[in-house]
Design a protein. Structure first.
Length: 484
């Protein structure tokens, strides 16, 4: 009976990210035969159904809903004869002769061992139990629409930790952000919501990235960045035995932008490559910045239940009234401080995307539009220090971006004739007209502004670039730092 790791290779097409990979033995039995779990951090198992099949499936059950199977009644998956059968894009099951399974060498890597410990951690809290997950999902998805936002996930983690149901080490914003991004951009379909069938993957990711955060934060010197000296001093924590020269070479693998410092996200990508070196590296770019997420959204239009979500019956009068309110807040330190205290409820002078989303929903429902909110958030952190949080001195910029990105997103459909999220000069001028800005400037000034935004002279301006330009033009006060 096989008890060593196994490796499945050769699948190209639907479910390849789940079928291909190295699977480690869990040490448990299912239907009297051994079970393997994906070394990649995703809920994916190889096991026997107890009848006539070995399957690759996302949960340990009867294997009826699996990614792939091979007919066999024996006790050793490596001795199974015949072809693996996989489900293609059209929903039809077909034999795939390219898919094969072989024995894989065992690994003593610290992070592989850490990944293999997750099952026991989840079992301890009952999070591998389908019956336990049902009420937990209902608690998370309080409105019953089968999708949840980052804000809702953050709220659940905070409440579960505060209530003593989950350990304190699970409540770390950097880890939660990574877990959310991996679940939506890699394990999911690329939209901004976690769906019910992705819940198990989300929980696994929350545990995994919090484990990595514990390690990273123990050696980063407290500034959420790790330099070469800190890396060398933390080699033992990382389970590495290296000479100074080898350590420097290993550090350079993590330091992808060669800036001399490694951020948590780079550390996570490095660990992924150690745990699962055969993974598709194109997914790393998604987790770094989400730059491919838009590509996925354009191809699939997002989830059919959520892609058209927007606040209905908006009008210029509502935006005009809210614009005056936002500008008044930005100009008044007292109002700013009060609003900042509300969003930064724990007083640590930084706020996450989840907290921003919560503020928009509760305080400015007109601005409750996830795609616009995401763009406003990204523009703010990009203009700041580039981390995943908006700091207190960036709050005015956030408010300006939040309002104008929403207003312009609402209006943009009317001028984006080819729906490519880019603007030619005629589209640029039309949007300026719609906003009333054209009444305050000459044709020559409009052309000059367009050329200034169009840095490469290609005759095209990105929608996000226009939003940043327009925000600075209409509300220059929001471009200044909030200082008490």
């Amino acid at each position: 009976m096989a008890s060593s790791p196994v490796k499945i290779q050769g699948r190209v097409g639907r479910h390849e990210q789940f079928i291909n990979g190295t699977f480690e033995p869990t040490g448990n039995m299912h239907n009297g035969r051994p079970v393997w779990v994906s070394r990649a951090v995703q809920p994916c198992y190889v096991f026997h159904t107890g009848k006539a099949r070995w399957v690759v499936s996302k949960r340990l059950d009867d294997g009826a809903q699996c990614y792939a199977f091979i007919q066999d009644q024996g006790n050793d998956v490596l001795k199974a004869q015949g072809s693996w059968v996989c489900c293609d894009q059209d929903g039809e099951w077909r034999a795939d002769d390219k898919v094969h399974i072989t024995a894989a060498p065992a690994s003593n890597d610290k992070f592989v061992q850490l990944r293999m410990s997750l099952g026991a951690e989840l079992d301890k809290l009952g999070l591998n139990n389908k019956e336990t997950l049902k009420p937990l999902w209902k608690r998370l998805d309080f409105n019953g629409n089968n999708i949840v936002s980052l804000a809702e996930i953050d709220k659940l983690v905070v409440e579960m930790v505060k209530g003593g149901e989950w350990p304190d080490w699970l409540n770390n914003k950097p880890a939660l952000m990574r877990a959310y991004k991996k679940t939506t951009l890699r394990d999911g379909n690329g939209d901004d919501w976690v769906q019910k069938h992705e819940f198990a993957a989300l929980l696994l990711n929350i545990f995994w990235f919090n484990k990595l955060w514990q390690i990273f934060s123990s050696i980063d010197g407290g500034d959420r960045r790790m330099d070469l000296g800190e890396f060398q001093r933390g080699l033992q924590t990382l389970g590495l035995q290296m000479s100074p020269q080898e350590a420097q070479a290993e550090f350079q693998k993590m330091d992808t932008d060669h800036g001399g410092q490694v951020l948590f996200v780079e550390f996570c990508a490095y660990v992924r490559n150690r745990v699962n070196p055969d993974h598709n590296k194109s997914f790393d770019a998604d987790i770094y910045s989400g730059e491919h997420c838009g590509k996925v959204m354009r191809q699939s239009h997002g989830n059919r239940g959520t892609h058209a979500h927007f606040v209905a019956k908006k009008c210029f009068a509502e935006f005009d009234a809210l614009e005056q309110k936002i500008k008044a807040i930005i100009a008044d330190k007292g109002q700013l401080k009060k609003l900042w205290t509300r969003i930064d409820f724990n007083g640590n002078n930084i706020v996450s995307l989840a907290e921003i989303d919560k503020l928009a929903v509760e305080e400015f429902p007109l601005l409750n539009h996830k795609p616009a909110l995401m763009r406003a958030y990204k523009a703010t952190i990009k203009a700041g220090d580039g981390d995943d949080w908006v700091q207190k001195h960036e709050f005015k910029m956030l408010l300006g971006n939040l309002f104008y990105f929403n207003k312009l997103f609402w209006m943009f459909e009317a001028v984006d004739s080819d729906a490519d999220r880019r603007m030619t000069y005629p589209e640029f001028r039309k949007l300026l007209n719609l906003t009333g800005a054209m009444q305050k400037m000459s044709e020559a000034q409009a052309q000059s502004d367009f050329k200034r935004i169009d840095k490469n002279g290609g005759g095209i301006v990105l929608f996000d670039e226009f939003c940043q330009y327009f925000t600075a033009k209409e509300c220059p006060e929001c471009m200044t730092a909030f200082v008490e």
